[in-house]
Design a protein around this ligand. Structure first.
Ligand code: NAD
Ligand code: ZN
Ligand code: ZN
Length: 336
């Protein structure tokens, strides 16, 4: 079978592998769609602390059950999405049901082979049934959608709040959709990419081009000089780590979603004078994952606009090249 593997920094390739054979407790999945995410880019650049070549990448994917033992929550022929977190189950966080902060958290597609493959074996308890009304393409975006659900859930966002999202990447845009669903009032998104700003605008958000505009100045103007109620930092650079503090209201909440490639300096003194709260987020809980599936099933949100490319796995290198430039791609899916 064909797989898409990380070979060495800045090199990915399609390879031939033996068909995997499910062990006890696993199912054989024929992958349908799999998305490239920022974490895959980190691995691609050789910057991920754990991922090692020749890893089969891919932790955002949907598929069909080909082989499964016994009477399970999914059956042969079912469409599924994979919940890629593997928690230890025994650490203190796991004992509290907070699997996303498990002290030994591992991921399918990062710590073990993932979904850039025609077939993959997956522990049965990591399979989620895709309702009939959710497409396999949408299925491949449930994982990042669950990140957005978790992020908004962890925030103190109230109905009518003014929300600022710094960064219109897939995660920033999905947070925008979930914040809107949660009743946010004004939602303003900044970016430095014309293409991403255009998509954000099409999705109905107010946008700020941070290349030509002073973001803090605009937010202050929109809020009678007070600032936003909640700011989501989803760009992951020093400039936005500064802006998140400048454009927040007194006693407002900053939610840091970004995984910073370079540790930013945070102006804590500027925060304490205005009693600003800082919240961080990681992944999602099982119920966030369920919520993401339900939102799509009930057609409460539209995520198709995020897909900029659908490529065959043969074009894996092209996909990673495109992802290097935010003006060329947003969400790239491989169709297996
Ligand atoms: N907390 C979690 O569990 C979790 C999960 C997934 C991703 N992340 C992190 O969230 C962040 C966003 O993920 P993504 O996939 O959307 O990444 P992305 O790189 O596609 O998005 C970042 C966006 O920020 C924009 N940007 C750059 N400079 C900017 C500036 N000065 N002002 C405003 N925007 C600017 C980029 O153009 C890009 O569109 C990343 O840091 C990623 O690692 C966190
Ligand atoms: Zn991801
Ligand atoms: Zn654990």
């Amino acid at each position: 079978m064909k797989v898409g593997a990380y070979v060495s920094p800045k090199c990915v390739a399609m390879k031939e592998r033996e068909m995997p054979v499910p062990a006890f407790g696993e199912a054989l999945i024929k992958v349908s769609y799999a998305g490239i995410c920022g974490t895959d880019m980190m691995i691609y650049h050789g910057l991920h602390p754990r991922a090692e070549a020749p890893l089969v990448l891919g932790h955002e994917f949907s598929g069909v059950v080909i082989d499964i033992d016994g009477d399970q929550h999914v059956q042969k022929g079912d469409q599924v999405v994979i919940e890629p977190l593997i928690h230890c189950g025994v650490c203190s966080a796991c004992q509290q049901g907070q699997f996303q902060v498990c002290q030994k958290l591992r991921y399918i597609g990062i710590d073990q082979d993932g979904g850039f493959a025609e077939y993959v074996t997956i522990p049965i308890h990591r399979l989620r049934l895709l309702p009939a009304s959710v497409t396999e393409k949408e299925g491949a975006m449930i994982e990042p959608l669950a990140v957005a659900v978790h992020t908004v859930r962890r925030s103190k966002l109230k109905v009518g709040d003014t929300v600022v999202i710094l960064g219109a990447g897939p995660i920033g845009l999905l947070i925008g959709l979930i914040a809107r669903q949660a009743g946010a009032g004004r939602i303003v998104i900044s970016d430095v990419s014309s293409m991403r700003l255009e998509i954000a605008q099409k999705m109905g958000f107010e946008v700020i081009d941070a290349r030509h505009t002073d973001v803090t100045h605009v937010i202050k103007k929109y809020t009678d000089g007070v600032g936003a109620d909640v700011v989501f930092e989803v760009a992951g650079i020093q400039a936005t780590a500064d802006q998140m503090i400048e454009c927040i209201k007194y006693q407002g909440e900053i939610v840091v979603v970004s995984v910073y490639k370079k540790a930013p300096t945070i102006q804590l003194s500027a925060m304490h004078f205005r009693e600003i709260s800082l919240t961080t987020t990681r992944c999602y809980t099982p119920s966030d994952f369920t919520k993401a599936i339900e939102l799509l099933e009930q057609q409460k949100i539209q995520i198709d606009e995020l897909v900029s490319h659908i490529l065959p796995l043969e074009e894996i290198q092209t996909g990673f090249d495109l992802m290097e430039n935010p003006d060329q791609a947003l969400k790239i899916l491989f169709k297996l």
